[in-house]
Design a protein around this ligand. Structure first.
Ligand code: HSE
Length: 446
């Protein structure tokens, strides 16, 4: 059988990795897929550079639409990124009857419903293993390997940049801003790192996993998103003293009231495997009712790790290319007409436990007033840590503080977020609470 022909839109880091791995492992991939898979056409704005990368046998053009219009191309790989021209090209490729492989999490998290509907109507596949956690086959695991399960929750370190920054903050005791600069200098963080450090990239990925896990439409606009920019070295240190690590987690959870979908820094017990995922690595924990807890670990970005996921999609499509469209694995794991309208809960209705840090005047009765407000709100305290005033003095650099002050750290049991917001507002209003209260959510992941 003649090889399946692939057109590549964008040959940057992931595109060149895809081209190289596909060529290097072509014989084994062919034995797996049942026929050869060849990138025969590439579109890239830098034609000369692209031609140099792929050699003279591959046609290189600057116009992506020429790839889509080529009747010999069976699969289009979109590696342009973003919601703009990438969306237009994906929709045009679908309309032209091409299968699409994409690593574009932003596009799918925001426009997935429209894209999957168009693909189903046209009888083509849109595959996106590379969109979540790079080389880790988490989409395949959720959609197929765990298909027997009622998924209960997913918690993932799904952004390598932020995990690298948090690891460095913990290792070196440095604050966020210092580590970010160093990460940019070393090339671990982008020149504009906003999507990573503000949690947006992780929220795109969590949104996609949530849809697949629970059979709901992709709803990025309902995700709660909080990044790591406000974290300080002190909180990482206190968490450590209490037996926890702080990680940026993407969490999605089934509850009686609806689906939780949130990205925020999170205390997790230091003894959990995922708490020990360091540097730019990714990891996802999935809890299913039948299987129990499962953990997936690996590189969430990079040229060949991401290419590994892109090529897995190419092989899947090649195998199913000629199959009856109704027999293919549904894009979001559930049949399109069986998606549920279970609501994604607003953050105020989410139930979790909390780490609170209050810089307070070190006076009689301050702790009693703070804990009294929590008790009145019906919030149960799990642990309290009061830092030695001497340590605060030495950190501030002055031997004598104007007002004697101390840090009070409180861990709470579970409570609904709206109740915690109200309690924090009341505590903040106390004249003896001297700085904005730090609140970090906590998950036991048990
Ligand atoms: N920027 C992402 C990360 C990789 O740092 O994990 C691509 O999603």
């Amino acid at each position: 059988m003649k090889p399946i022909q692939v057109g590549l839109l964008g040959i940057g880091v992931v595109g060149s990795g895809t081209f190289n791995v596909l060529r290097r492992n072509q014989e084994e991939i062919k034995r797996r897929a049942g026929r050869g898979i060849e990138i025969t056409m590439v579109a890239d704005l830098n034609v000369a550079r692209a031609q140099e990368l792929v050699g003279p046998d591959v046609s290189v053009v600057s116009d992506a639409r020429a790839v889509i219009a080529n009747p010999d191309i069976d699969i289009v790989i979109e590696l342009i990124g973003g919601y703009g021209i990438a969306k237009t090209l994906v929709m045009e490729a679908i309309a032209a009857g091409k299968h699409v492989v994409t690593a574009n999490k932003a596009l799918l998290a925001v426009h997935g419903t429209e894209i999957f509907a168009a693909a189903s109507a046209r009888g083509v596949m849109v595959a996106f293993e590379a969109a979540v956690a790079g080389g880790i086959p988490i989409i395949k695991a959720l959609r197929e390997g765990l298909t027997a399960n009622s998924i209960q929750w997913i918690a993932g370190i799904i952004n390598g940049t932020t995990n690298f920054i948090l690891s460095e903050m913990r290792d070196k005791g440095l604050d966020f801003g210092v580590v970010l600069k160093e990460a940019q200098r070393l090339g671990y963080a982008e020149a504009d790192p906003t999507f990573d450090i503000e949690g947006v990239d992780a929220a795109h990925k969590a949104t996609i996993m949530s849809a697949i896990a629970f059979g709901i439409p992709v709803q990025f606009d309902k995700a709660y998103v909080e990044g790591i920019t406000k974290l300080g070295a002190a909180d990482i240190r206190y968490a450590e003293q209490l037996g926890y690590r702080i990680k940026l987690l993407g969490i999605t959870k089934r509850t009686h009231n609806g689906i939780e979908l949130r990205v925020h820094p999170c205390l997790i017990p230091a003894k959990r495997l995922i708490a020990n995922v360091e540097g730019a690595m990714n990891a996802v924990v999935v809890q299913g009712d039948a299987v129990g807890t499962t953990l997936y670990y690996g590189k969430g970005a990079g040229s060949e790790p991401t290419a590994s996921a892109v090529i897995a999609d190419l092989v899947d499509i090649t195998r199913l290319h000629t199959a009856d469209a109704a027999q293919r694995v549904p894009h979001l794991a559930f049949q399109p007409n069986a998606l549920s309208n279970t609501p994604v809960l607003p953050m105020g209705e989410v139930v979790t436990s909390y780490y609170l840090r209050l810089r307070v005047a070190d006076e009689t009765g301050v702790l009693a007033r703070v804990t009294g407000l929590l008790a009145e709100a019906g919030i149960s305290i799990d642990a309290v840590l009061q830092r030695e005033a001497d340590e605060i003095r030495s950190e501030s650099g002055s031997g004598q503080l104007q007002v004697p002050q101390t840090d009070v750290i409180i861990l709470t049991h579970d409570c609904v977020e709206a109740k915690m917001n109200a309690a924090i507002a009341q505590m903040q209003a106390l004249p003896t609470v001297l700085e904005p209260i730090t609140r970090i959510r906590k998950e036991e992941l048990a």
